[in-house]
Design a protein around this ligand. Structure first.
Ligand SMILES: [Zn+2]
Length: 243
């Protein structure tokens, strides 16, 4: 179900699913009922207590959606990053870089964030845009967890494309294991986070090299796995005895 999962702050969880959780995307030609059943199984495994992960319509842009308390039936935001003070969040990927953000707020609940950082989004600055949104909601210290994505040794691109992306984010420039032009998206994301003063607390491996993860470059008809962040359900209010 999970390739990685940890309680990163008291009551705050970050996780990445694996292929064992199944395809979680509704937009890849899968049976919608099966996708909804898998999403529900994931929510049960995460212990969401009846809450749901908020997904987004990812379009390889740099828009950040601020997600308020759940509004059942509301459409998913069209964005490549989401931030919230309350809601469990999910980003779907299969080679793009899933980034989870947690912002510590003095004297308050943490701000949660997820980012879909594919090649266009990395070049367009969706990662720093998301960090700015967390800070706008009061975070004074932001940490990041970088999930599995295609690595620079595996991600071959045309030379002009490498030049275009590296002009925006120099750390992406690389050569593949075959010696051809490549892009190192996780290195680019890390450089953008560090430039914003964000601490990278975890960085995962390569989707193309790991058969337990979905990879679009390995199979263009693949499913999507997810990066997740959520808080424990609010505890029941203590009922005091008679006085
Ligand atoms: Zn690789």
């Amino acid at each position: 179900m999970f390739s990685w999962r940890a309680e990163v702050r008291p009551g705050v969880w970050v996780a990445f699913t694996d292929a064992g959780a199944g395809n979680l995307a509704l937009h890849v030609g899968d049976d919608p009922a099966a996708v909804r059943r898998r999403r529900a199984e994931l929510e049960a495994a995460a212990g969401l207590g009846g809450r749901s992960f908020q997904y987004m319509n990812q379009v390889h842009g740099s828009d950040v959606a601020i997600v308020g308390p759940a509004n059942p039936g509301a459409a998913s935001p069209t964005a490549d990053a989401m931030v919230s003070l309350t809601e469990p969040l999910a980003v779907m990927v299969a080679d793009c870089v899933p980034v989870v953000l947690v912002g510590d707020v003095p004297e308050g609940a943490p701000v949660l964030g997820v980012v879909h950082a594919g090649r266009p989004g990395v070049a367009a600055g969706v990662v720093p845009a998301a960090v700015a949104s967390l800070r706008g909601l009061g975070a004074d210290r932001v940490s990041a967890w970088i999930g599995p994505s295609i690595c620079g040794r595996c991600y071959e691109v045309p030379e002009d494309l490498r030049a275009d992306v590296a002009a925006a984010v120099p750390a992406t420039w690389c050569s593949t294991s075959a010696g051809t032009p490549g892009l190192d998206l996780p290195a680019g994301v890390r450089s953008q986070l560090e430039a914003e003063g964000v601490a990278v607390e975890h960085s995962a491996g390569c989707t193309l090299e790991d058969e337990t993860l979905f990879s679009y470059r390995r199979n263009s008809r693949t499913g999507r796995f997810a990066g997740l962040v959520w808080t424990d359900a609010a505890p029941e209010k203590t009922v005091h005895g008679h006085e």
